[in-house]
Design a protein around this ligand. Structure first.
Ligand SMILES: Nc1ncnc2c1ncn2[C@@H]1O[C@H](COP(=O)(O)OP(=O)(O)OP(=O)(O)O)[C@@H](O)[C@H]1O
Ligand SMILES: CC(C)(CO)[C@@H](O)C(=O)NCCC(=O)O
Length: 410
């Protein structure tokens, strides 16, 4: 990896017109990247961009040069941080930071970063890429990212129950308070009362890392998606002890428990005279997924109840847009709250922290970039070194999870 160091201090090697800003969220399991890149001039012609621009709303101004770009999202396993460094280096993303305006003569580049890895890997970034990580608080970034997505991105939040996905209409003026549950390696529960107004009210160590860690040990799956995929075909009743198993097939109606309710996750494994090899990996995966999801759903509901919150937004890469995970969480919230509270999910579930770090560039002066909220169709405005960029987050993210942006040069 030493070969990365030789370009580390060449901020001017990036063409002036190539606007590209990078922010990182380095978590216990995954590194998340958000960066803005304008299209290559050859990618799209001006007419195409102008017609796209016209479709965006009344604020469009055809007299200004229009550039197109994308807000890109990428992720890497934290254990493979070298792949991430290679990627940043090959894309020259490390040059998309800011210079310390209090020391104008310095060519030191700072990249916005959040998550525990912003501390743990600061020296590695310095050594391999020659950049310093400007650390932003993880909880603050999660909240900034969530508020931005919920207010600015069309069809960002949705409910999921009984296999039905329904986009939620979020009124930006009636968003607070809500509970944000970020399911990463561990789980943070944050009561959000406004922009920058929040409190981390609870958390649990039984999170995504637990599911993936135990699942790996018990099933020999090689990657997270394989484990998740496996759960599709599994039957948790083979391993979980149900109320009916204890009550001879009947409900315990007096306390509201049906025969099919899980009485004890993995409980059958104690009574059966079986070893690990006697259980199918898919059944293990299914039980594990239900155990973790149910538990998070229940703790979330209890915290929502504690503060009288009706809306709970679930985020973090544990969810992975996975139907069974979302269904289990929704059922748990619905069951415990007797229908009073609602579980919602976010399309950019895993990128809240990285988006929050990206938006924190607005705190920097001069050649940093500013991110303002602009109403309706132009929710994000980024200005950098004289260029003003209006990103229209129209909600149509592609397979790479990037978001199209229209850019005006001023
Ligand atoms: N490709 C993957 N590799 C590993 N874990 C994955 C993958 N995809 C999804 N996950 C799940 O997502 C979790 C990590 O989610 P996320 O990136 O939101 O958290 P994190 O920032 O790494 O953790 P923390 O915030 O606790 O430091 C993993 O623990 C795992 O359950
Ligand atoms: C430690 C963090 C905040 C790191 O992202 C996360 O993994 C977490 O919230 N874990 C749960 C810790 C607890 O509250 O028990």
């Amino acid at each position: 990896m030493d070969h990365l160091a030789h370009v580390s201090n060449q901020p001017n090697s990036q063409p002036q017109s190539q606007i590209s800003h990078l922010a990182l969220d380095i978590g216990g399991s995954l590194i998340k990247l958000v960066y803005f890149c304008r299209y290559d001039d050859n990618c799209r012609d001006d007419d195409e961009l102008r017609s796209q621009n016209e479709s965006l709303g009344s604020e469009s101004d055809n007299s200004r040069p229009v550039l197109g770009g994308k807000l890109h999202f990428a992720k890497f396993e934290t254990s493979k941080i070298n792949d991430c460094l290679e990627f940043i280096h090959s894309m020259k993303l490390h040059l998309g930071g800011f210079h310390d305006c209090t020391a104008p003569s310095s060519d030191k580049i700072f990249i916005k970063a959040t998550g525990g890895g912003a501390y743990k890997f600061a020296d590695l970034f310095k050594e391999k890429l020659g950049v310093s990580l400007d650390k932003e608080d993880e909880m603050e970034c999660l909240v900034t990212g969530a508020n931005f997505l919920l207010k600015a991105v069309h069809q960002e939040a949705f409910t999921y129950l009984d296999g039905q996905k329904e986009f939620a209409q979020i009124d930006p003026n009636d968003l607070y308070p809500y509970l944000l549950v970020n399911i990463g390696s561990g789980v943070s529960m944050i009561k959000v009362d406004g922009d920058g107004k929040f409190e981390r009210v609870s958390g649990t160590s039984l999170g995504g890392g637990t599911f993936w860690g135990l699942g790996r040990l018990l099933t020999k799956c090689k990657n997270f998606d394989e484990l998740l995929e496996l759960s599709h075909q599994g039957n948790n009743r083979v391993i979980d002890m149900l109320v009916g198993d204890i009550y001879g097939g009947t409900d315990y109606a007096k306390i509201g428990l049906s025969a099919t309710t899980i009485a004890s996750s993995f409980g059958k494994a104690i009574s059966d005279n079986k070893g690990l090899v006697d259980y199918k990996p898919e059944d293990i995966s299914r039980s594990l997924l239900r155990m973790i999801s149910n538990n998070i759903g229940q703790i979330s509901y209890l915290n929502a109840l504690r503060f009288g919150l009706k809306r709970i937004f679930f985020a973090g890469f544990f969810i992975r847009g996975h139907a069974y995970t979302m269904d289990t969480i929704s059922v748990a919230v619905n069951f415990w709250s007797k229908g009073e509270a609602e579980a919602m999910f976010l399309r950019h579930e895993g990128f809240l922290g990285a988006l929050g770090a990206f938006m924190s560039y607005e705190k920097q002066c001069l050649d940093g970039l500013t991110v303002n909220k602009i109403p309706q169709r132009f929710p994000i405005s980024v200005s950098s070194a004289g260029n003003k960029i209006y990103c229209s987050m129209n909600g149509k993210s592609n397979d790479n999870e990037s978001i199209e942006c229209t850019v005006y040069r001023t």
